[in-house]
Write a protein that binds this ligand. Structure first.
Ligand SMILES: Cc1cc2nc3c(=O)[nH]c(=O)nc-3n(C[C@H](O)[C@H](O)[C@H](O)COP(=O)(O)OP(=O)(O)OC[C@H]3O[C@@H](n4cnc5c(N)ncnc54)[C@H](O)[C@@H]3O)c2cc1C
Length: 410
C-alpha cells in the first residue's frame, strides 16, 4: 500500500526528520537498536522524554489544552514512522499512553491540573496495578482491598507483573471498595504514591534475564480519597476506557515496517561460507513477503483508528484487533530475525543489549567484547521477550472473545 502525503504533510515530515537529526545522538540510536523488549532503558527513555517535552512533542495524542500536539491522524502516523526509521527510543507507556488519557477523559479539573504536567515532564513515572495472582484474564475478580477510613482509603493486597514498578513513583490501581453481586460494581480506580509507607516492590526476572516486571505488596497503605478517578465503585468503566488506549491508542505499524525492512537488509547482507545469501532462499523470502502484506493490511486499519481518534473518539473494540494482530505479526518478525541471525543468534551476550540485565549468574567478558554483527545481538532476547506480547495488556485469547462479542456480535 502506498500512502500519498500532501505538501503540508511532507513539510511536517521534513520538520520531524530535521528534529531527529539534530537531537537523536548516535549513542541513543545504538542503545534503542539494542533494546530487547518494547521498553527502552529507564535513563534513556527519561532523557529522550525531556528532549521531546522541550519541543512540545512528548504526548502527540493528547489535546492541545493539556500539552498535546493537536495533530491530524496523518501527522501522528508520519511522526511515528520517522521515529521508527530513525531508531528513536520508546517512552514508558503507562503515563503518557494510559494514565494521561484516563485523567483527560475521567479526571477532575484538579487532578488534570496536578498530574498531567508532571506526566509530561517525567516528574511522575507511572506503573499499572491491575493484575493480581488470581486475577489476570478474569480481572473483575480482583481482591486488593481499599477500606474507607474517613479521609483515606486503606489499601492491602498484591499486584503482580507490574511493569516498571521498580522505577516508577506512582501507580494507578484497581482496588475493591465493596463486595457487590455484580463484581465489576465494587471496583475503584485509585492513584497511589509509591513512596507511601506500606508498599514493597520485589523483582520478577524476564525469560531473557532482565528486570522490568515486579510483584508489588500493599500493607495498610493510606491513600487520600481525592486520588480516586471517577467515583468510588465505578472504577470498572475507567479501567475499560484505559485498556482501549493500552491496546490501541498508540501507533504500531511503523515500528513493524521498520523491523521488516531491517530483516530484509539482514537477509541481503549475510553471505554464508559458500557465498549463499538468505535473500536467495525462496521459502524465507516468501514468509517475509507474506508478513509485509499483512503489516500493510494492519496499517490500513490503524490509519482508520487514528482518524477516529483525531476526531475525538476512544479506540473502542478495534483496539483489540490492533493488539491481537500487531503482537502476532511482531512475534513472527522476531522468528525471522532469529533465523536471519543464524548461529550468532545462539550466542548469549546480554552485556551487548539494552537494558542488558542484571542477568543472574552471568559474567561478561572483561573486555566487554561480543561476537556477531550488530543485528544479531538482540535477536534471541527479542524473540524470548516478544512471547509476552500475546499475554500482556490482556491475552490474545481474551481479545478474540472481545472481538467476537463487540465487533462480530456473536
Ligand atoms: C511481560 C508482562 C508484562 C505485564 N505488565 C503488566 C502490568 O504492567 N500491569 C498489570 O496489571 N499487568 C501486567 N501484566 C499481566 C497481564 O495483563 C496478565 O498476565 C494477563 O492479563 C493474563 O493473565 P494471567 O497471567 O493471570 O493468565 P490467565 O488469566 O490465568 O490465563 C491463562 C491462559 O488461559 C487463557 N484464558 C483465560 N481465560 C480465558 C477465556 N475466558 N477464554 C479463553 N482463554 C482464556 C489465557 O488466554 C491464557 O492463555 C503483564 C504480563 C506480562 C507477561
Amino acid at each position: 500500500m502506498q500512502v500519498r502525503w500532501s505538501q503540508d504533510e511532507l513539510a511536517f515530515r521534513d520538520e520531524v526528520r530535521a528534529f531527529l537529526a539534530a537531537e537523536l545522538t548516535p549513542s541513543m540510536r545504538r542503545d534503542a537498536r539494542r533494546m530487547t523488549s518494547v521498553y527502552a532503558p529507564h535513563e534513556l527513555s527519561m532523557a529522550w522524554q525531556a528532549i521531546l517535552n522541550a519541543r512540545g512533542w512528548a504526548a502527540p495524542a493528547w489535546p492541545v489544552e493539556h500539552g498535546g500536539c493537536g495533530w491530524s491522524a496523518a501527522q501522528r502516523y508520519i511522526f511515528a514512522s520517522e521515529f521508527a526509521a530513525a531508531d528513536a527510543p520508546s517512552l514508558s507507556p503507562m503515563g503518557i499512553g494510559m494514565c494521561g488519557p484516563v485523567l483527560i477523559g475521567h479526571g477532575t479539573a484538579a487532578q488534570k491540573a496536578h498530574y498531567l504536567p508532571r506526566i509530561l515532564t517525567g516528574e511522575h513515572l507511572w506503573c499499572q496495578g491491575y493484575s493480581e495472582p488470581a486475577s489476570g484474564s478474569d480481572l473483575a475478580s480482583l481482591q486488593m482491598s481499599a477500606v474507607d477510613d474517613g479521609e483515606d482509603l486503606v489499601c492491602s493486597g498484591h499486584k503482580l507483573w507490574t511493569t516498571h514498578a521498580n522505577v516508577a513513583n506512582w501507580i494507578f490501581c484497581l482496588v475493591r471498595t465493596s463486595h457487590e453481586a455484580i463484581r465489576q460494581q465494587g471496583i475503584t480506580f485509585l492513584l497511589i504514591d509509591m513512596t507511601t509507607p506500606g508498599i514493597e516492590v520485589r523483582p520478577i526476572l524476564m525469560l531473557s534475564g532482565e528486570h522490568i516486571q515486579n510483584d508489588v505488596f500493599f500493607t495498610d497503605v493510606r491513600v487520600p480519597k481525592a486520588n480516586v478517578v471517577g467515583r468510588i465503585g465505578e472504577g470498572w468503566t475507567v479501567a475499560k476506557y484505559l485498556m482501549e488506549f493500552e491496546r490501541g491508542g498508540g501507533v504500531s505499524t511503523p515500528g513493524l515496517k521498520a523491523r521488516l525492512g531491517r530483516i530484509r537488509a539482514m537477509a541481503a547482507a549475510e553471505a554464508d561460507d559458500a557465498g549463499g545469501r538468505l535473500s536467495d532462499d525462496r521459502g524465507f523470502m516468501a514468509r517475509l513477503a507474506a508478513l509485509s502484506v499483512e503489516i500493510d493490511a494492519l496499517e490500513a486499519v490503524e490509519l482508520q483508528i487514528l482518524a477516529s481518534l483525531s476526531a475525538g473518539d476512544a479506540p473502542g473494540a478495534k483496539s483489540s484487533m490492533m493488539k491481537t494482530v500487531g503482537t502476532e505479526l511482531s512475534q513472527r518478525l522476531t522468528e525471522l530475525a532469529l533465523e536471519a541471525s543464524g548461529a550468532y543468534g545462539a550466542a548469549y551476550q546480554p552485556h551487548a543489549t539494552c537494558p542488558g540485565g542484571p542477568t543472574p549468574n552471568f559474567r561478561p567478558p572483561s573486555d566487554q567484547g561480543y561476537v556477531g554483527p550488530d543485528h544479531s545481538l538482540t535477536a534471541a532476547s527479542k524473540y524470548l521477550n516478544d512471547r509476552a506480547g500475546s499475554i500482556y495488556a490482556g491475552t490474545n485469547e481474551i481479545q478474540r472473545n472481545i472481538i467476537a462479542k463487540a465487533v462480530l456480535g456473536l
